[in-house]
Design a protein around this ligand. Structure first.
Ligand code: MLT
Length: 406
């Protein structure tokens, strides 16, 4: 009989968000009159910006005319989009990133998982705890871990993120090869300062490690003096890959568009000891396994960088951040301890009365008909916490807070 990839058997039964959806659906079936408010998965609710929709409509018309029709696009993304990204997201902040170093894709989730294709199987891999589960699960699938023991996979180095370290994990004493960092952080909403990221860049350069930097939430940074990109740190071109997304800033969760930056100066070692450009390997991988994001969607993403697009996405981000502020205020006034929500669309709440994360999840579901995400779903150190997403209508956020605080 054909065999399977046994690594899948090491995974926890379900990916976190489908598992929550399963429990919520069971509750909804048993309680058909309950008006559920979902503040669990970080999925946007507000419509796509007008500038993006207009650009996509125009692109649809172009596809209907032989003279302007487009077939396969470049696997790396159209140059006109990559140039806009390089200029607006990096060069404008003093980062030396060229358009050719940007790979447009259909999601940061996919890219953070797929990136493992280009790394060897003997790397020591560090993840934060709590962590966006994709980083861990994709390493399990790739065979980079042992079995799950008490919520942790053997072979991974877990870096605890706690209130004591402001949810910015201490830099490990030992050498690790690959490090996943996410700032603004999902799930805690914490941010990294220049000095903090500089310490990581210095560590990575000293050890020849690579930082996989997920900046999917950078547009939510409101405070001054917080880096939006790891390439704002000197030396990061030699030790970091950055992942970005149009999902949360421009509402593209259903439309799908993101990008990954791999500087051409970034190298890692082959089995024969030679140093190889990771850019080349990722380019080879994408050309083989990916056929690019649709022309229509890339035109929509390009419109994010127009004057109207920038204004409209600022409106969206401000709206969700106001939701986050309402969540923080109402829960704090109700006596709960909250973190995040200032530079991120997530509020990280300490569960009251020593309740476990899943007990608090059940309590809110049963009594308030509000869905959040149990902190323990993001890792063992998330136990005793609960994540509330600010992605919802104002009406739903206000109603959810009223129910929770009642
Ligand atoms: C989350 O809720 O953590 C996000 O929706 C995850 C994602 O963007 O994949």
């Amino acid at each position: 009989m054909t065999t399977i990839n046994d690594n899948y058997l090491k995974l926890k039964a379900g990916y976190l968000f489908p598992e929550i959806a399963r429990r919520v659906n069971a509750f909804a079936q048993a309680n058909p009159d309950a008006k559920l408010i979902k503040l669990g998965i970080g999925d946007v609710t507000e419509p796509l910006p007008l500038a993006c929709r207009q650009a996509m409509l125009k692109a649809v018309s172009e596809m209907g005319d032989r003279a302007t029709f487009k077939g396969y696009g470049p696997e790396q993304g159209y140059l006109w989009l990559r140039e806009k990204i390089a200029q607006a997201d990096f060069q404008s902040r003093g980062c030396h990133i060229d358009a050719s170093e940007i790979f447009v894709s259909d999601g940061a989730k996919c890219d953070t998982g797929n990136i493992l294709d280009i790394f060897g199987s003997n790397n020591v891999i560090a993840v934060t705890d709590p962590v966006y589960p994709v980083y861990v699960d994709t390493n399990v699938m790739a065979g980079n871990t042992g079995a799950n023991q008490d919520g942790k996979y053997a072979g991974l180095v877990y870096l605890p993120m706690t209130a004591d370290n402001n949810f910015t994990p201490d830099i490990p004493q030992e050498k690790v090869d690959l490090i996943y960092l996410c700032f603004p952080n999902n799930p805690t909403g914490a941010v990294a300062s220049f000095d903090y990221l500089k310490a990581w860049v210095d560590y990575a350069r000293y050890h020849g490690s690579i930082i996989l930097f997920d900046a999917a939430y950078e547009a939510f940074i409101t405070e001054e003096n917080i880096p939006h990109s790891i390439y704002e740190i000197d030396g990061a071109r030699d030790c970091a890959i950055e992942f970005r997304s149009f999902s949360k800033n421009a509402g593209f969760t259903g439309t799908r568009c993101a990008f990954t930056v791999i500087p051409k100066t970034l190298k890692a070692k082959a089995a024969d000891g030679s140093e190889v450009e990771l850019w080349q390997l990722w380019n080879r991988r994408q050309c083989t396994k990916f056929n690019g994001v649709s022309y229509i969607v890339q035109r929509g993403a390009e419109a994010v960088y127009s004057e109207e697009g920038q204004e409209q996405i600022k409106g969206l981000i401000d709206f969700y951040l106001e939701n986050a502020q309402i969540i923080c205020e109402r829960l704090t006034n109700a006596g709960l301890t909250v973190f995040g929500g200032t530079n991120a669309p997530y509020v990280w709440v300490k569960t009251p009365q020593g309740l476990s994360s899943w007990d608090f999840f059940d309590k809110l579901l049963q009594n308030a008909h509000v869905v959040g995400t149990p902190g323990s779903g993001f890792g063992a150190a998330g136990e005793g916490y609960f994540r509330i997403s600010a992605f919802n209508s104002r009406e739903n956020v206000l109603e959810a807070m009223k129910r929770i605080t009642a």
